[in-house]
Design a protein around this ligand. Sequence first.
Ligand code: GRF
Length: 199
Amino acid sequence: KNIVILISGRGSNMQAIVEAGLPHRIAAVISNRADAGGLDYAQARGIPTAVVSHREHPTREAFDAVLAAEIDRHQPDLVVLAGFMRILTPGFVEHFAGRLINIHPSLLPSYTGLHTHQRAIDDGVKLHGCTVHFVTADLDHGPIIAQGAVPVLRDDTPDTLAARILKVEHRIYPQAVAWLCGGQMWLNESGKVTSNGPE
Ligand code: GRF
């Protein structure tokens, strides 16, 4: 299978997926920012990279059209958002329906949006985590593929909590990619995640 990964920053989830050694091809790593640290890693591994800068396009629609065309060149079976910090248009999401996934740093449906770790600490929740989900036009609300939970400890700061969760992200994201590319899990016609495995 062909996998295209979209990043905006350091790309540690992208790295975890690459290093999982899955029997699939990382066809490209694409960033909306030329200074994304993860691009250096991908280049060093010989993975094709591209930058599609949102700043060079006047509207979200224009940016998404160019981005979709760049992704399509690689004929992806799966498009993986890994710290990709742009909200995508409904047209883009529709184009990649059932092939577009994201990882979000909370146990969805709690804490959609930004600053999830600070908000979890402020609320005093005892469990927090991360979620891999299909992307739909409704931000952070797509069908859930996998989740990982961690305890919130008394002295946690957003940074210590984020670090604990990031380790879990690096485990569940490659696992989810493996399930989807391996055909053990998919999005059915009614928009529900289905599996033929133990999960
Ligand atoms: C992760 O915490 C992910 O959950 C969120 O953005 C962060 C990306 O980190 N969507 P990285 O670029 O994969 O290191």
